[in-house]
Ligand binder design. Structure first.
Ligand code: PMP
Ligand code: GLN
Length: 393
């Protein structure tokens, strides 16, 4: 038998599926995979139901239904002052995962170098490799997650086609500031490169901070593809509705990749997301306020248990050093034990790195009901009574 494609055949199942399955098997509170346990806003779901009943359900345009393309363009103007042509500069995809694949397949030619920042979301590397790209990895290290500027500059060359930039960043919770973004913009101009900007957590930014899309910086409008996800913005991760905004000439090859990946996405969901993007400011602000209260609850509880919790400026996630609670286990073993013995699932940080990686940090998702967060903390206190006591005195 001839072997299958080694890029996919030789890799494991995504950690998010693995940990969710393990959590279900052991009845664990799932603070692993990043999905909210609510059911999204009622009005958005009601629209989806109504549109399913009374609007066409056949293939919409591969670019997305006009209502959603217009809503994405208007959302860019409303929140970031961008002027966007909905007919040529917005593409609707089946989630950000497909948006990423379409951007990468559309832009990367075999041999192109692609700069990526670790820790990185697990779909990036295999898709870049399948496109024939050569990854150039630059590392952020806990606890500070500071961007190592000279290493980043050294990763760029004449062969660099693009950088993948995830801000707000999974799993670190880092929100790249204007200085870092300006530095990255300078490198893109210097090396005539593009940016695929994974901004799925754009509205999940806390403590009065503001998310700055790279595309809004000077000279970046022609170089950036900005990706959003209704999954995150409306707490409806199963819907898999994503959208890309970018200059018309870059959108063309991206749309051509998209036409053979999924072509289109359920039209009623697209129309409901179009409605959702027009919700008032209180909705978007409320998302972040609600989540930051959950972050604070979980962070305080984990600290009381002896975890060293790192600050989180955005996203669904908290990272914590578990050294005080463990012997010599690595992060993967600790997460398994946590799920099976303590009844709380988390994600090992090392999976977001290639090769040698930090091994004493794990990621918890706090986008859960307060009662679930409290239950998780109660279970952890039961499982680690010694450190729980020591940390409190
Ligand atoms: N990028 C990042 C950084 C993510 O955390 C996720 C997970 N939701 C995605 C992309 C994928 O988003 P979607 O579910 O819309 O495909
Ligand atoms: N983005 C989610 C996370 O980081 C997982 C998405 C998925 O499971 N595909 O937890």
């Amino acid at each position: 038998m001839k072997p299958a494609n080694p890029i996919f055949a030789d890799m494991g199942t995504t950690i998010f599926e693995v940990m969710s399955r393990l959590a279900a098997e052991h009845g664990a509170v799932n603070l692993g995979q990043g999905f909210p346990d609510g059911n999204g806003p009622d009005d958005v779901r009601d629209r989806a139901q109504a549109f399913l009943a009374d609007r066409p359900n056949q293939y919409p345009s591969m670019w997305g239904v006009p209502e959603l393309r217009e809503a994405v363009a208007a959302h860019n103007t409303r929140f970031h002052g961008l002027s966007v042509d909905p007919t040529r500069e917005v593409l609707v995809t089946s989630g950000a995962t497909e948006a990423l694949a379409s951007c990468l397949f559309g832009l990367i030619a075999p041999g192109d170098e692609v700069v990526m920042i670790e820790p990185l979301y697990d779909s990036y590397l295999p898709i870049v490799r399948q496109a024939g790209g050569i990854p150039k990895l630059v590392r952020l290290q806990p606890p500070g997650w500071t961007l190592p500027r000279s290493e980043l500059a050294a990763a760029f060359s004449a062969k660099t086609k693009l950088i993948i930039l995830n801000s707000p960043m999974n799993p670190t919770g880092k929100v790249f500031d204007a200085d870092d973004l300006g530095f990255i913009a300078g490198l893109l101009v210097k090396h005539d490169a593009y940016a695929v900007c994974d901004e799925v957590y754009e509205h999940l930014v806390f403590d009065g901070r503001k998310h700055i899309p790279l595309i809004t910086l000077p000279n970046m409008r022609t170089r950036c593809l900005r990706i959003g996800s209704a999954g995150k913005t409306f707490s409806l991760t199963g819907w898999k509705v994503g959208y890309i905004t970018g200059p018309a000439d870059l959108m063309q090859p991206v749309a051509k990749a998209h036409q053979f990946l999924t072509f289109t996405t359920a039209p009623n969901l697209q129309r409901a997301v179009a409605y959702g993007l027009g919700k008032d400011d209180a909705y978007f602000a409320g998302l972040a306020t609600d989540l930051s209260a959950k972050r604070d609850l979980l962070a305080a509880g984990l600290s009381n248990l002896g975890f060293k919790v790192l600050p989180t400026a955005g996203t669904y996630f908290i990272c914590a050093d578990f050294t005080a609670l463990s012997g010599s286990e690595d992060d993967a073993a600790f997460c398994r034990r946590l799920t099976i013995d303590a009844g709380v699932a988390a994600i090992p940080i090392s999976i977001f790195y290639e090769g040698d990686a930090p091994r004493s940090f794990i990621r918890f998702a706090f986008c859960k009901d307060t009662t679930m967060l409290t239950e998780a903390l109660t279970r952890l206190a039961r499982a680690f009574p010694q450190t729980a006591k020591a940390a409190r005195v």
